[in-house]
Ligand binder design. Structure first.
Ligand code: NAI
Ligand code: MG
Length: 511
């Protein structure tokens, strides 16, 4: 710690981290089970690191079977009463949760910034806002939990109900922990389920803090949160017999594991997995929109750590040189810096593991014949940024379509550019990965746009923009990008409730 303090980059801004630092220490070693922030049953801990300076900001319990059993029991005990509340009452409580979190917006954003390395201004604060928007959406959906009636036989009443499933397990990653927490918690709770959340080992604290705040409002046990490693905490949680629904966001490999755990108990699963999304630029596109769209689409302000990032740029030959030149200049003008600084636009990569994954792919690209690194491909030169996991926005060209940099999700600030002139060939490359999550198309030609919209294999398609997923926009991938949709009324009904068909033979009144 002392060592880290000494080496911490000198900032020209006053250290704003005191609040978040104290908060991180206070939350260390804790879980929320059965209504209380408390010490975990696990006694082993793992460090939580600030990826911007490698300082240990706190620690989290390495939960295993004991904590899983405890948390699931808490959720299971709370379930009958929560399920019986009128849906509008659950909605009122969820709205109060959102209000309480909103009151703490700034401190939550700072804690999130501290543990993820995501810049406060461009990423952490907007993520808190998106989390609130998500909770507000689901708070208002209680009145939609309705069934249908069916004209059946004379003298019979036939109708359906929407019922909660029971205990939901949510396993989330670190790249947008608060947004994803809300995307899992909102539909679970409004539908009448209770929840056990397993946070990502890299970023457990901001979610823990949110769930602590909720305990003043929600009945005990409705939302529980544990931390720990995937195989030790996530696996027993997913496999627990009382867990009746699993919702997961993360890597494809783990998503497929989750599906296997669920198979043995026939438990419904929603999976949001990775992507390698195409960003398709046609020759008539408005380049004043395209260039900022490439930057936004790449999620450079989250260091590219986004499943929906537009990482493959298919740029038509006629505009290729201009788009590349302007994109390089836009990428180089992004301000990389200490995440807590108000001027910083790009923060740090989450962990050593992810940093090495990124540098590994760039090294591989360097060795690939015909492949060029057009910009980035290194840490920033700033001597103050040598300690943390900072990496420059990077653009690669000439990588063969079947090479790993073009096929694998790198999950960092690395885009690959592809020059194209043959439309069909370009489209088959755009669709030529295992993924099918997002896509964007840039053109003024409506017919072309609609042709691509129809033929591109992706679940989340945009024309002339490339925004991130938001509440009310249905989100979910094709192929290896996932199973099921999120963030809407329909996804809540489909994935977080079961339906019951009731046929009442009411008889006929006696004369
Ligand atoms: P991961 O899939 O290993 O971790 C995500 C969550 O799953 C974490 O909470 C983790 O503890 C849990 N987990 C891991 N193994 C598990 C198991 N056997 N059973 C139950 N839970 C388990 O992702 P990781 O290692 O953080 O990132 C690796 C790659 O995954 C990234 O480079 C990226 O390509 C992809 N990824 C995709 C995300 C998305 O938004 N779709 C988010 C995070 C990662
Ligand atoms: Mg992993």
């Amino acid at each position: 710690m002392d060592h880290a303090e000494k080496l911490r980059p000198v900032s020209t801004h006053p250290p704003a981290v005191t609040g978040a630092d104290a908060e991180a220490r206070r939350l260390s070693g804790k879980v929320v089970v059965a209504g209380t922030l408390r010490a975990a049953r696990a006694t082993e801990m793992f460090a939580v690191e600030n990826p911007a300076d490698l300082a240990e900001i706190g620690f989290a319990p390495r939960c295993g079977d004991d904590d899983v059993a405890w948390a699931v029991a808490g959720a299971h005990d709370a379930f009958p009463r929560w399920a019986k509340l009128p849906a509008r009452t659950r909605g009122d409580l969820l709205r109060r949760v959102a209000d309480a979190l909103e009151q703490q917006s700034e401190s939550l954003a700072r804690l999130l910034c501290l543990e993820t390395g995501n810049a406060l201004t461009t990423q952490a604060r907007p993520e808190v806002a998106a989390m609130l928007e998500m909770l507000q959406l689901f708070a208002g959906l209680g009145s939609e939990l309705k069934g249908r009636t069916l004209p059946w036989e004379e003298g019979q009443l036939c109708y359906t109900t929407r019922d909660p499933l029971g205990v939901v397990a949510a396993i989330i990653p670190w790249n947008a922990p608060l947004f994803l927490m809300a995307a899992k918690l909102g539909p679970s709770l409004i539908a009448g389920n209770t929840l056990v959340m397993k946070t990502a080992e890299q970023a457990p604290l901001a979610v823990l803090r949110c769930i602590e705040i909720m305990q003043d409002i929600l009945p005990a046990g409705v939302v529980n949160v544990i931390s720990g490693f995937g195989p030790e905490a996530g696996k027993p949680l997913a496999e627990h017999p009382l867990v009746r629904k699993i919702t997961f966001t993360g890597s494809g490999a783990v998503g497929r594991e989750i599906l296997r755990y669920a198979a043995d108990k026939l438990c419904p699963v929603t999976l949001e997995l990775g992507g390698k999304s195409p960003n398709i630029i046609l020759p008539d596109a408005d380049l004043d929109l395209v260039v900022p769209g490439i930057i936004t689409g790449m999620r450079f302000t989250r260091q590219g750590q986004s499943c929906s990032a537009g990482t493959r740029l298919f740029i038509h030959d006629n505009v290729y040189d201009e788009v590349i030149a302007r994109s390089i200049s836009a990428m180089q003008s992004l301000k990389i810096g200490p995440p807590m600084d108000e001027e910083t636009q790009v923060g740090a990569i989450i962990s050593r593991e992810q940093f090495e994954r990124i540098t590994g792919y760039v090294a591989l690209a360097r060795q690939t014949r015909g492949t060029k690194i057009l910009c980035g491909g290194a840490r920033p030169a700033d001597p103050a940024l040598q300690r943390g996991y900072f990496y420059q926005p990077t653009l690669i060209e000439g990588a063969p379509h079947d090479s790993p940099v073009c096929q694998d999700e790198i999950f960092g600030p690395v885009a690959v550019a592809v020059r194209w002139s043959d439309y069909e060939d370009m489209l088959s490359q755009a669709n030529g990965t295992q993924f099918g999550l997002a896509a964007a198309i840039w053109t003024r030609d409506l017919a072309r746009a609609m042709d691509l919209v129809q033929r591109v294999q992706a679940g989340f398609v945009q024309v002339n923009q490339f925004i991130t997923p938001r509440a009310t926009l249905s989100y979910g991938g094709l192929k290896m990008s996932g199973l099921g949709k999120e963030n809407t009324l329909e996804s809540m009904l489909e994935h977080f409730t079961s339906s019951k068909t009731v046929i009442i033979n009411r008889g006929t009144p006696r004369a």
